[in-house]
Design a protein around this ligand. Structure first.
Ligand code: GDP
Ligand code: MG
Length: 728
């Protein structure tokens, strides 16, 4: 028997529990991708229930359907153009007033059947909020179901009602909806009639809604009308202009603002009808917490403390599993070493792949912890407070506090950070934030600072690293100002900082959020790193037949011969020390040989070719190669330095420190290198994320070029400045 199908879309405010409900409904049968053309996450799943094929779509979270942000445009377009059979609006019952704005807009849209899920029913109850669902259902003429998403309650009823609604012949458009004041209703009616006349039967939308949008001067709808209706489209737009002018005269304000106010008035009315709050439990916990956490004097120090604690956790707690993984990798490569016969393939496997990929996997614990902390900030509602606190400072750059969230995440990894800019409403704000986020030093760069600062500024290493981070932040701020006043001029979009209520986070949702981000990180980095390691290794291992400047073989033979004579003539007690002396001499020769081999490899040649570019900032050919390899992933810089200085490629091994000290690198060169590292070209994964999120090759190239030029310039000033002051 052919099964019947229904498409059900889930709409709702961010954090209203959409994804929770979606996951509960679809279980594991879900597909995650992006909406065609834009990078807003699209989740869909198909399930078979009650004799139906149900296609469930998790729409992006939005507060309204006015096209300010990509999320809003996507959600609206989906409903308008794909016409799902049923739209379920997930309402946060503990926050009814805010949720109803979207709900009333959905009712106004009137192009599909709508059903309300009053989610977070438990939270509402515990706050003493009572909602009269029958009354709400009657007032807005929609079915209403209570649900508790995280406890899987009410979901079956919700689905049944959705199917029932989908199959019913409820009329769309329905009659009960937002009513505006007389003047506005008059203009709506006039324009609606005009559209009806001119639409040539090819009009897509509900005409009342189209009239409202035209009065609001909605650009997308205007464009659509021109596309679809052709010449009469122009007439419609002209008529809309006339009506708008009339309304502006009447109200001395933008019709959009007047209508928004009236909608809120309508909502306040509904709230009065359907919601009662028991006074005893009125004490709003969130407000009390906010008295401290967003306090004018305390808020900022507390915030700095949380950030400090986050980094502290990330690095100190991460150190233990890091050691375990490290010894695991060492064990693995030692056993491979024993198992495989000597060959080029073995070298590739051990020195290239295991060493390269291993150097990234080591950072997994840090990344998990960092993302776990960020998930806590988000799920408790503190992240919004952080944005609120930073709002003033961000205005210096011409951005909102909201942009601060991606920048903060940039300290972890720029890939999810840049993806987090999706929450920004204005396109220009997004691009600006994307351009400056890479100056936030990501965690992968930290090992480089640890090595360089530890080696050359041992006593003051902490301060130096802090200064490096500071240079990054300062560059971000200055660049932000520069872009705001040149390339990305714009007015701040009207915007209210949402302060959602505090919530005790659920451990399961924290883990899911953490894993979602880390998984993406692993997947992207894993692939790129694997390929990068193979390339770096290949470049350092070829060409094979090098003519060495010295005959290392015969040197070794000589050492061995010396040893034999010493050994046979020496006494029993000195044998150990003679053996040690021999091994030290041989390894010294082998290191010299390895160093020369690398210098003559393709990698050495590339480094030498780039040396003229880097020598003004105090970096020799080895540093050049390391920095170039950092394009693949910043973690590789340290392991490349390890390979080039002919030592073990271990992050904190003393061998690399000794080799660096013995080399001709000076402390001002080390400083210059660190500055260059924090500012230059982001890694490949970040670049491809920038490409995807800006949707523009131009901005991607600009970001790469700009950061590298700035890096070179600042490093030059610092290096030459230090030298002029005689600082080595
Ligand atoms: P989305 O942004 O709309 O997708 O929201 P999520 O599904 O990510 O949910 C946000 C948070 O609310 C998560 O921590 C959920 O566990 C929690 N949550 C979802 N539904 C309920 C509910 O009915 N009651 C309570 N107390 N929490 C819920
Ligand atoms: Mg979600």
């Amino acid at each position: 028997m052919q099964q019947k199908s229904l498409t059900i879309a889930l709409a709702g405010n961010p954090n209203s529990g959409k994804t929770t409900l979606f996951n509960n409904i679809t279980g594991t049968r879900q597909k995650v991708g992006n909406w065609p053309g834009v990078t807003v996450e699209k989740k869909e799943g198909i399930i078979h229930k009650h004799g139906y094929n149900l296609k469930i779509i998790d729409l992006p979270g939005t507060y309204s359907l006015t096209p300010f942000s990509i999320e809003e445009i996507v959600a609206r377009n989906f409903i308008l153009e794909e016409c799902p059979d049923v739209v379920i609006d997930i309402i946060d019952s503990s926050n009814l007033e805010r949720s109803l704005y979207l709900a009333t807009q959905l009712r106004e849209l009137d192009c599909c059947k709508v059903l309300f899920a009053l989610n977070m029913a438990d939270l509402a109850r515990s706050r003493g909020i009572q909602i009269d669902a029958d009354k709400l259902s009657e007032l807005l003429d929609v079915p209403v179901v209570f649900t508790i998403g995280n406890k899987n309650q009410g979901i079956d009823i919700l689905l049944k009602k959705a199917i029932e609604l989908g199959e019913s012949n409820a009329v769309v458009p329905q009659s009960r909806r937002v009513k505006y004041s007389q003047d506005i209703e008059h203009s709506i009616a006039q324009l609606q009639n005009f559209i009806e006349e001119k639409k040539n039967n090819i009009f897509l939308y509900n005409t009342r809604w189209a009239a409202i949008k035209l009065l609001e001067d909605d650009k997308i709808i205007k464009e659509r009308i021109l596309q679809k209706v052709g010449n009469s489209g122009h007439e419609i737009l002209q008529q809309a202009q006339l009506q708008r002018k009339y309304l502006i005269d009447r109200f001395n304000d933008d019709p959009e603002i007047v209508m928004t106010d009236e909608r809120y008035g309508f909502i306040v009315g509904i709230i009065k009808e359907v919601m009662t709050t028991s006074t005893r439990q009125r004490v709003d916990i969130s407000r009390n917490i906010d008295l401290i956490l967003t306090n004018r004097f305390l808020g900022f120090p507390i915030f700095i403390f949380f950030i400090w604690a986050m980094f502290q956790m990330t690095f100190s707690l991460g150190a233990y599993p890091m050691q375990w993984i490290d010894s695991g990798i060492n064990l693995f490569s030692a056993s491979l070493d024993g198992l495989l016969p000597n060959s080029l393939l073995k070298n590739l496997l051990l020195d290239g792949i295991v060493a390269g990929v291993g150097s990234v996997i080591i950072f997994l614990p840090n990344i998990l912890i960092l993302f776990f902390c960020i998930a806590i900030f988000e799920d408790t509602g503190y992240m919004a407070r952080a944005a609120f606190l930073m709002d003033k400072i961000m205005h210096l750059i011409g951005l909102h506090g909201k942009s601060f969230i991606p920048m903060l995440m940039g300290f972890g990894c720029n890939v999810p950070a840049i993806m987090a800019t999706r929450t920004l409403e204005s396109e220009k704000d997004r691009i600006l934030t994307i351009l400056i986020t890479p100056f936030m030093s990501c965690s992968a760069k930290l090992p480089i600072y640890i090595i360089l600062a530890g080696t050359f500024f041992s006593a003051k290493a902490g301060t130096v690293i802090f200064a490096i981070y500071f240079i990054g932040i300062l560059t971000a701020i200055l660049s932000g100002r520069l872009f705001r006043s040149t390339l990305l001029k714009g007015v701040d979009a009207p915007f209210v900082m949402e302060l959602p209520p505090y919530r005790v986070p659920m451990i399961k949702s924290l883990l899911i959020h953490m894993w979602d981000r880390s998984k993406m990180f692993l997947k992207k980095m894993g692939g790129v790193i694997l390929i990068g390691s193979i390339i770096i290794w290949t470049l350092s291992a070829f060409p094979r037949n090098i003519t060495y400047s010295t005959d290392y073989e015969s040197q070794i033979k000589k050492v061995k011969a010396n040893y034999l004579t010493e050994f046979t003539t020496g006494n029993e007690n000195t044998k150990d020390s003679i053996e040690k002396k021999r091994d030290a001499a041989i390894s010294k020769i082998l290191m010299a040989q390895k160093a020369e081999k690398i210098e003559k490899s393709y990698m050495g040649k590339i480094g030498k070719a780039f040396e003229p570019l880097f020598s003004p900032i105090g970096i020799d050919w080895r540093g050049s190669v390391a920095l170039l390899s950092g394009f693949v992933a910043k973690e590789i810089v340290v392991s490349t330095l390890g390979i080039l200085y002919a030592t073990e490629a271990e992050v904190e091994s003393d061998a690399l420190k000794k080799a660096l000290l013995a080399s001709n690198m000076t402390s001002s060169a080390a400083l210059s290198m660190m500055v260059f590292v924090i500012l230059y070209l982001p890694c490949l994964a970040t670049v491809s994320t920038i490409r995807r999120e800006t949707g523009s090759l131009k901005w991607t190239l600009f970001s790469m070029g700009y950061s590298t030029l700035i890096a070179w310039g600042v490093a030059f000033l610092i290096y030459q400045g230090c030298r002029m002051m005689g600082l080595g």
